[in-house]
Design a protein around this ligand. Structure first.
Ligand SMILES: O=C(O)CCC(=O)C(=O)O
Length: 296
């Protein structure tokens, strides 16, 4: 690429990021287009296929320390891998993307350059699968124990890299703009969010207007990110293509007692012995073992 074109691309990327940060502050979510290019998307798609094949070799949900494969029976497809937590311990490509500098460039102005990671997760929604929805929720309710997560509003960001094109047809993300300013809300009790539909009733029960929902349309390589209190969910896949997404959640290290280091003063950190993140029995029951009911 000629230098003047490269410089123009840099300026427009910087402008896109600045716009996204302003939108994030105002609306609680934002999208930066084309953070990752076609080669990155191919590498990620191959990693998703590799890990999916590994997952299908398990008859039931499976844990080995922080690595967790959520395997769900499916009436049409026999069984599916719904998600895998902490695949970066077992796949070098996924490990490299969790600390990619392009993510840090977007995160640093918001939460700094000393960051731990509290989410590393792959999601699939294979076409034809019966149950792939995530009911509306705020991530803050899953950051436990609450005392380990400080200054929630200013310290945490969830990111999602689109591997496939995604929108409302194939179960892309839906967000409620501005909901990050409402703080933690008392959602009606309806079990695990991965067993719940995106129900407008949940929003109405909170006095919120479902007409304000925004369905994100992402191309492969786009990055969406959102606040811990942003209400979001995602629906079924009614399209003929999968909907694969790579989710990584980060926190200002000084404000969190949990998580794996991602960057220390901007320098990428590699994974070593697993640290305590959200699997409470990491040390007393590390596994590997199967789970009958699919619970983590
Ligand atoms: O894959 C999805 O759409 C669900 C993402 C989500 O709700 C989350 O990571 O909190």
């Amino acid at each position: 690429m000629p230098d003047d074109v490269r410089e123009t691309a840099k300026v427009s990327n910087a402008k896109a990021s600045a716009d996204a940060l302003a939108q994030y502050r105002e609306l609680g979510y934002a999208v930066v287009r084309g953070v990752f290019g076609p080669k990155d998307v191919t590498a990620l798609a191959e990693a998703f296929d590799r890990i999916y094949t590994q997952g299908l070799a398990h008859q039931a949900s499976y844990r080995d320390r922080n690595v967790f494969f959520q395997i769900a029976p499916d009436p049409a497809l026999d069984r599916i891998v719904r998600f895998v937590q902490w695949p970066a311990y077992i796949d070098p490509v996924l490990a490299a993307y969790r600390t990619d500098g392009r993510l840090l460039n977007i995160l640093a102005p918001l939460i700094g350059r000393d960051l731990k990671q509290i989410i590393n997760q792959m999601h699939w929604k294979p076409p034809g699968a019966a149950k792939v929805d995530f009911g509306y929720h705020q991530d803050i309710h899953f950051r436990r124990p609450a005392a380990a997560y400080r200054d929630a509003g200013n310290s945490y960001i969830q990111t999602m890299i689109a591997v496939d094109p995604q929108g409302p047809d194939n179960g892309g993300l839906t967000v409620y703009p501005g909901s990050h300013k409402l703080g933690p809300l008392a959602f009606p009790e309806r079990g695990r969010i991965m067993d719940a539909d995106m129900s407008e009733t949940d929003l109405l029960a909170l006095g919120l207007d479902p007409g304000k929902l925004v369905h994100l349309e992402l191309a492969p390589g786009d990055l969406a990110f959102w606040h811990l209190c942003t209400i979001h969910g995602s629906g079924p896949n009614n399209a003929p293509i999968d909907r694969r997404a790579y989710l990584n959640g980060y926190v200002t290290a000084a404000n969190c007692d949990r998580g794996e280091w991602a960057w220390r003063d901007g320098d990428a950190c590699t994974l070593g012995e697993p640290a305590l993140v959200h699997y409470e029995e990491l040390h007393s029951r590390p596994g590997p073992f199967y789970l009958d009911d699919g619970q983590a």
